[in-house]
Design a binder for this molecule. Structure first.
Ligand code: SAH
Length: 392
């Protein structure tokens, strides 16, 4: 089947634009199209690229090759998976880290699928129905790679199985709760717990900073703390105290679990289950001060009293928390919102600080770590932005 690319977008696709966007083609998607392979052509039917169809957000499919004779067969998947594994050979050999992203969607040559590695257990995330057509080939090649003790899957789109977030499909089953190692620190993982398994692998570099002497003798306020991973990393780096704040009740036990498996005492650690905005009010009233303040909100957060969106409210959030930052203290401001370019995010954070007239400096900017491969033709794939700011 052929799909004609609109004139205005031909150059884009020739340069390798990966998403088959409804803005750039005249095609009405049918349900039976899922997984079909199409040739993208210009008005004169000259070949441009090969794509598979699979509806995902606003996209109708993913480009997988600019060569006409490529197809989604065994050798294609074998090649992509072997390349992905060899790109991560350093991580496979690292005895202090055994959890990372093994395959990152278009960054590793196939859009619509990511695979995470947790101490030998793989979790495949399927982002559209089309790629599922190639499930057997993908799994066979993962098994052949010898890197998987067991394989789990997760559907990131509406699927009859969405209730079972992560389900076991091949090989050994992981214990209900187990731990992974990252830069020598242990973090609890639970595949049966819901959509999130306990750690966000893309923040490894930020946790590495916190695990270093950077945290020594510092007080850390970790907001939107989830399982307390940033607090644990800070304590591994000899932080003086940590305060972890999250609205979700699960965060208390999960943070305690993470403290326990690392033999960290709970004496100087506060774990607060509360809306961070209420906590900020309290902390401001009490004039609390922290040496490191971590902000890692979800793109949208809703609590009983308010809703927060990174795009609209990050500046205000930063503005509100500045008085809580001790002299020469740091803010770690993070977002994984892919619609927010780095420059705009920087502007928002800087605007929030500027209203206080307090000199500051951006010390470091973190993007996705190397295992979250990004293809340079699609830099938007590098969704993570984390600013390390030092205040006067
Ligand atoms: N920083 C964490 C990940 C954060 S995930 C890490 O690195 O592991 C986002 C978290 O924000 C979720 O745990 C969610 O419960 C929490 N959250 C959302 N809205 C909140 C609010 N208003 N107050 C406190 N926590 C909130």
């Amino acid at each position: 089947m052929k799909i004609i690319i609109k004139k205005t977008a031909i150059d884009k696709y020739k340069k390798g634009y990966p998403i088959l966007s409804s803005n750039y083609i005249n095609y009405s998607y049918k349900n039976e199209d899922q997984g079909k392979i199409v040739d993208l052509v210009d008005y004169n039917e000259n070949f441009i690229a090969k794509a598979y169809l699979g509806k995902q957000n606003k996209g109708l499919g993913w480009v997988f090759s600019n060569k006409q004779n490529t197809s989604l067969d065994n050798s294609f998947f074998k090649d992509k998976i072997e390349k992905a594994i060899s790109l991560r050979s350093k991580l496979f050999k690292d005895c202090h880290t055994n959890a990372f992203r093994l395959f990152n969607s278009f960054g590793d040559g196939i859009g619509g699928i990511t695979i995470d590695y947790y101490a030998g257990f793989l979790v495949i995330n399927w982002y559209n129905k089309g790629i599922l057509k190639y499930k057997d080939l993908i799994i066979q090649n993962l098994l052949n790679s010898g890197k998987a003790k067991g394989i789990y899957q997760k559907f990131k789109f509406k699927h009859e199985n969405t209730k079972e977030y992560v389900n076991h499909i091949y090989g050994k089953k992981a214990p209900q709760s187990f731990f992974i190692l990252e830069n020598g620190v242990k973090y609890c993982i639970n595949f049966e717990d819901g959509e999130m398994v306990g750690i966000f692998l893309d923040q490894r570099e930020v946790r590495k900073l916190l695990t270093s002497s950077f945290s020594q003798e510092k007080s850390v306020l970790n907001t939107f703390s989830y399982t307390g991973a940033f607090s644990i990393a800070g304590l591994a780096g000899s932080a003086k105290s940590t305060t972890s704040v999250d609205l979700a009740k699960r965060s208390l036990l999960k943070t305690l679990d993470n403290l326990k498996i690392n033999n960290l005492t709970t004496d100087q650690q506060e774990i607060i289950v509360e809306d961070v905005f209420n906590y900020f009010k309290y902390a401001l009233r009490k004039k609390l001060l922290f040496d490191i303040l971590i902000l890692d909100p979800p793109s949208f957060a809703k609590s009983k009293k308010r809703s927060f969106s990174v795009l609209n409210d990050y500046s205000a959030l930063v503005q509100m928390i500045i008085p809580l930052v001790a002299k020469s203290g740091y803010i770690i401001a993070s977002t994984n919102n892919s619609q927010l370019p780095l420059d705009k995010f920087k502007d928002m954070v800087e605007k929030g600080i500027a209203s206080h007239n307090r000199p500051f400096e951006i010390k470091q900017i973190f993007r996705l770590p190397q295992d979250f491969s990004v293809n340079p033709v699609y830099p938007q794939g590098n969704y993570l932005k984390v600013l390390l700011l030092k205040l006067d």
